[in-house]
Design a protein around this ligand. Sequence first.
Ligand code: F6P
Length: 497
Amino acid sequence: MDHWNAIETQPKSTLKALFDAASDRVAQLSFDQSGIYFDFSKTHMDSALLENFQKLAADKGLSDQIEALTNGSVINISEGRAAEHTAERGMGAKTSVENAHLLRNRMQGLVQAIDAGALGDIEYIIHLGIGGSALGPELLLESLKLGDEKYETAVISNIDGSALEPVLERFDAHKTLIVIASKSFTTAETFLNARSVTDWMAEQGVSDPFGKIVSLTAMPETAVEWGVDESRILPFSETVGGRYSLWSSIGFSVALTLGMDVFDDLLAGAATMDQHFKDAPFNQNIPVIAAFCDQYYSQIRGCETRAVFAYDERLKLLPDYLQQLEMESNGKSVTADGKPLDRHSSPIVWGGVGTDVQHAVFQLLHQGTHLVPVELLAVIEPGHSLAAEHHHGLLLNCFAQGAALMTGKKSDDPNRNYPGDRPSVTLLLDDLNGKTLGALIAFYEHRTFVNAMLLGINPFDQFGVELGKEMANALMAGDGNQMDPSTETLKNRAFPA
Ligand code: F6P
């Protein structure tokens, strides 16, 4: 039986018709889990679609895949290893969970030692890393900082010196800790930045800049060879993927800046989502239902993008984080067994912050010719102490956008006609704290995994990023090999002989 075909040929009801047909639609399609309320009722999901998607999931062996993910089986086939981010949160092969626990204790020991002054008077932290070694930590720091932290922490990823220079101008080199976060311990941007920071420290008269380095890596031997003292290396397992690594020692700068208790809350919050993902039947399973919606819009309704709007400034980095998580995981043209993928891979994820986006991109969402499934996030407890109107206004604008996209408004004037029937999912967090943010990120990880399994993709490799790196390295090395005429002209214009 071709389940995709059954999904494809199912009659396409409007959102209005779906609401009219089921008075309990909101109750059926909304879920409360880990301090987050998920409302899928404004999507085109209905019981018939849900049924067909469950058949598709069964056909793809999703239950076995979830079991394999969470028991430490080799699921990243192309790289011949497990994908053990859930072991960091306590779910996985016994030895991996124990190992993660030991490594976290080691991290806690270093956090406590630095807090107690073992590396001198530290007030500033420069966290150097890129991709998964930066996006997760920066999201956590931006989302959860209260403004009264003991350390000022800057996350620097870009090779562009314009990112690092202002930080060096602001920070006191004698009171700065350098954190080098790199799973592979080879990434060019991170090590150029590391060299610039150690040079700056030396110029400022710091006698032993290398003595102020902490390294977070799955390659501890390489870090030792590079010159970092073993006592300041926090390893993590190679089976934890880069974009899934914020739970490991890659979260060290977060634990140091925000406190070990906040970091533990993140893990605990994620663990509650892991348990839900593992135990809940598919028609009640939040990451699974979210992925069913993703596949419906992407494969059946032809949506090439998905937009994520955080109605909370604290979550402004969430779209950036999700871009790597989803697009690096599922932006592939072949299935796990190397066959051409005959469907769309990951949608393009984009987004921004409400209410700003309403005055910029929402025109297209309400009246443009593209259908864009929208995700709206908001937090019931405000992150500030200003007048209540700010937060009321923020939340009510968020809810109004979901309603307007769905109901639309008819007008005889085509310019003023809103077609409506445009889908959105709303995620309403009770509060923004370590636990809810941990659960939220774990939800996104599992949803990405389910999307991959429905497509037959391996979400844990990223060979697509290698060619660009190779060509950049060749250009930087000036190996004399000619590139195409356009690229050669650009190079010669920027760097005349
Ligand atoms: O270039 C892609 C990538 O490998 C990401 O997957 C990874 O998160 C990032 O680079 C950084 O890699 P590393 O942590 O090894 O420096």
